[in-house]
Design a protein around this ligand. Structure first.
Ligand SMILES: N[C@@H](CCC(=O)N[C@@H](CS)C(=O)NCC(=O)O)C(=O)O
Length: 230
């Protein structure tokens, strides 16, 4: 039996994307959590960009980049999460290509140093949400990106929609309510067991601790805000 090890920082959304793909395919795997501030030499030797996730296969092969890992898993292990139709597959890949831009728009306010920078980062959210809202309108009736069939697009966006929800609870942002398809999609993804690497309250508490520790503008609001899952 093939051994899969996912090298991880506990709250990394890109790791979560790879973990979701593994769970959707019912692949047994182990996390190997490492400390972001003290990355071991064995990790630096297998991660060209010094980033997580890295997927170790049988302690021999090391795959890096969450999209490459997800695509590899989809090519090698059933069930296929990409659509069978080549046009739909291209459309799905186009939207996974958009993920880094979406992730930046939806969550970069967490890294802003000043209130002005925070407001500038927050101002990027509506355009990104609007693009996804329109994409969802053309894709199907939900609950997932392509309709009833779960896909790698779902696995990709779930961690970032989850972090938007967390940030909205730390300091209210109030955008997703204006995009009903996106809101329903986020709810469906957060309700799906494969989205979660940790119990929900534990994950949100870890995320909030990470945001607080970064000591950015939004960090000051962490204590005051309440964890909804508590
Ligand atoms: N494009 C990469 C992004 C991975 C990434 O940014 N991971 C973060 C943790 S969430 C990281 O390892 N950062 C360490 C660094 O930038 O030095 C992917 O999709 O895997």
């Amino acid at each position: 039996m093939t051994k899969y090890t996912l090298v991880s920082f506990k709250t990394c959304p890109w790791v979560q994307r790879a973990a979701i793909a593994l769970r959707e395919k019912k692949i047994d795997f182990e996390f190997r959590h490492i400390d972001p501030d003290n990355r071991p030499d064995w990790f630096l030797a297998i991660s060209p960009h010094k980033k997580v996730p890295v997927l170790r296969i049988d302690d021999k092969v090391s795959l890096f980049e969450s999209n490459a890992i997800a695509e590899y898993l989809d090519e090698t292990i059933a069930p296929r999460l990409h659509p069978e139709d080549p046009v739909q597959r291209a459309v799905n890949r186009a939207w996974t290509d958009y993920l880094p831009t979406f992730a930046d728009a939806a969550t970069s306010c967490a890294y802003a140093e000043t209130e002005a920078d925070y407001n500038k980062a927050v101002a990027k959210i509506p355009a990104a949400f609007d693009r996804l809202e329109k994409a969802l309108a053309t894709q199907g009736a939900g609950p997932y990106f392509n309709g009833a069939q779960y896909s790698l697009v779902d696995a990709s966006y779930a961690p970032f929609l989850q972090r938007y929800v967390y940030l909205d609870r730390i300091k209210p942002l109030g955008f997703i309510e204006k995009y009903p398809r996106l809101k329903a999609w986020a709810e469906a993804l957060l309700a799906r067991p494969s989205t979660h690497s940790f119990p929900e309250a534990e994950m949100e508490a870890m995320y909030r601790e990470t945001v607080k520790r970064r000591n950015k503008y939004v960090s000051q609001f962490v204590d005051a805000a309440k964890v909804a899952a508590e």
